[in-house]
Design a protein around this ligand. Sequence first.
Ligand SMILES: O=C(O)CCC(=O)C(=O)O
Ligand SMILES: [Fe+2]
Length: 285
Amino acid sequence: MNPMAEFLDLDRYPIDQLDDPTRAAAVQHARDALASQGCAVVKDLVRPDMVERLNSEIVARKHTTHYSTQLMNPYFHTEVDPDFPTRHPVNTFIERSSGFIPGDSWEPGSALDTLFRSPVVAAFIAECLDVPELHCYADPLAGLTANILDPGQQFTWHFDTNDFAVTVLVAEASEGGRFEYCPSIRSSRDEGFEAIQVILEGGSDGVHTLDLRPGDLQIFRGRHSLHRVSRVGVDSTPRHAAIFAYTERAGVIGRVERTRQLFGRVLPEHLAAERDRVRSDALID
Ligand SMILES: O=C(O)CCC(=O)C(=O)O
Ligand SMILES: [Fe+2]
């Protein structure tokens, strides 16, 4: 039996059986959703008892969460840029008040780390994204994280630096804490500032709200799709999401500035990687 059987509903999604037509159908379903929405959800992939276990692991490490409350623009910047008008996405700052449990909080052998490092899971996600192979993001802090939104917190509108993110919702908020996104609001050739500003000022045209439940796996292309997690109600239960970061190339590591912002510290690996960095596009960040 595949060791992942304890973690995943392999009856419904036999992702360990490369030739199984049910697996092929799940891949096709995800590819279609990614092509049309930039977002795919594999419903109930993680078994309910495993979701409970993952949540206990998160709760046990919650004291290591790095919370940062700041006003930021969609590019994670916090300072006014005088080269842009006042009413412009670059100069529109909204509260982000969530936190991350960092990668070095999970010891090898923990359930969350095992799921993240499962070759069966990575190969399935690679196929869904139609890329030859995926490697676990080598960043020691940002590779495997849990995004924590406690009552009253929100993760405002932003773009991800990575081309895609993989999320498993582990505990949902009883009020608020919904994942909302605007597919392809910018592209590598067009910043889409006007449309972005409309959303930042409260517009809802083109905003999708995801029906995400604990145990669902979400694959999201967040480089071009503005997205947020809406405010968790003050009387709500907290929202916990495991975030698995993968890269197409092996050995990729995060930026120093962003790492400090998200985790409050950097490791020597980050400083070394900063020296020989190659960017894939020219978008602001
Ligand atoms: O918690 C989530 O569902 C995703 C949060 C997010 O957008 C991010 O961490 O970049
Ligand atoms: Fe994001």
